[in-house]
Design a protein around this ligand. Structure first.
Ligand code: MTE
Length: 323
């Protein structure tokens, strides 16, 4: 079928692919929408992988150029698995939120970048995404709950935000904020959580090559359940640092308090760097369950990215770096 194509060779090994593991290339999809109706099979494939069917105005940017500096020593997690096992408390506290998350309206979507910067701006996601060249990187993702996956994220280095906003000398941290709209995200009606979801990093962390702003995954705009239209990926940190569906980015002097740190500071800290030797107060972090295999493998310090990031934390032994 013309509007279906196989994953590129760098993606999932054929042996891991499920029978349905063909996916729509968005560009082909757009073209086919212009030419005529999609086949029923293609529509079902789209829904199964958790994508909404409305056209995304940035779809033509995918697949983005593959950055070969970021590869994996394990297979990619099949898209079907990643797209149906998520943490997105705005849409429920269980892992099966993919369907509910389709209620997230991703256009119009403006992002306000401000705080201690030279040039505060509010920019539409489509303008932002076209301003910076996108690339694709294969990253690990390790949740504090001791499961992990691997994913081909597309997006741009977080460093680009520094270039756009030009932080003042007094700025020490970036503070990210998710949208706040309890009507669109029923989970935000729960008073158990201090909405909106907040997370933060230091300026030095943001400038590290690994820190990544995600706009796409699996060669198309990122699915709603993964935090469309813009989320963070910090692969050396526990997954809760990787905030989804960002609306506001502030450069601040004071260390931001994230949603999880606000709720339970004895269990979730600011740094949250992966370390197998420092257990969570209620469970071990020594191993992780790899989502698509069910296997348990040893967890690595900084989730295997020590070479790139350990230097960020030199001389900071007085800090709780690993929770
Ligand atoms: N961002 C928001 N806004 N809301 C959330 O509930 N969960 C975090 C993080 N970002 C979360 C969030 C947690 S705990 C994890 S492990 C990852 O998102 C999960 O990302 P994934 O569902 O794409 O695997």
């Amino acid at each position: 079928m013309a509007n279906i194509h196989r994953r590129p060779s760098w993606a999932i090994a054929d042996t891991l692919a499920t029978p349905e593991a063909v996916f729509l290339n968005r560009r082909t999809l757009m073209r086919s929408m212009g030419l005529g109706a999609l086949s029923a099979g293609a529509m079902v494939a789209g829904i199964r992988s958790g994508r909404a069917q409305d056209a995304d105005p940035t779809a033509d940017l995918y697949p983005a150029r593959r950055n070969e500096a970021y590869t994996l020593d394990r297979d990619l997690t099949p898209e079907d698995i990643n797209a149906n096992y998520n943490n997105f408390y705005e849409y429920g506290t269980q892992k099966e939120i993919a369907e509910a998350a389709q209620a997230l309206r991703t256009r119009p979507w403006e992002i306000a970048i401000g705080g201690l910067v030279e040039t505060p701006i509010t920019i539409g996601i489509d303008d932002l995404v076209r301003r910076i060249p996108l690339e694709t990187r294969l990253y690990r993702h390790r949740c504090v709950e001791a499961w992990s996956m691997t994913i081909p994220w597309s997006g741009f280095p977080m460093k680009a935000l520094l270039d756009i906003a030009r932080p003042q000398a007094s700025a020490k941290f970036l503070r990210f904020e998710t949208f706040l709209d309890p009507e669109m995200a029923p989970g935000q009606n729960s008073f158990l959580y201090p909405w909106p979801y907040i997370e933060g990093v230091t300026i030095a962390e943001a400038a590290n090559d690994l820190a990544f702003m995600v706009t796409g995954a699996y060669d198309k705009p990122v699915a709603r359940q993964h935090g469309a239209p813009l989320r963070v990926a910090l692969p050396w940190k526990y997954g809760f640092k990787s905030i989804k569906s960002i609306r506001k980015i502030d450069f601040v002097e004071e260390r931001p308090v994230g949603l999880w740190e606000a709720i339970q500071p004895s269990e979730y800290g600011f740094w949250a760097n992966v370390n197998p030797d420092v257990p969570h107060p209620r469970w071990s972090q020594a191993t992780e369950r790899v989502l698509h295999t069910g296997e348990r493998v040893p967890t690595q310090i900084y989730n295997g990215y020590g070479e790139q990031v350990a230097g960020l934390y030199a001389g900071m032994d007085d800090q709780l770096l690993y929770m």
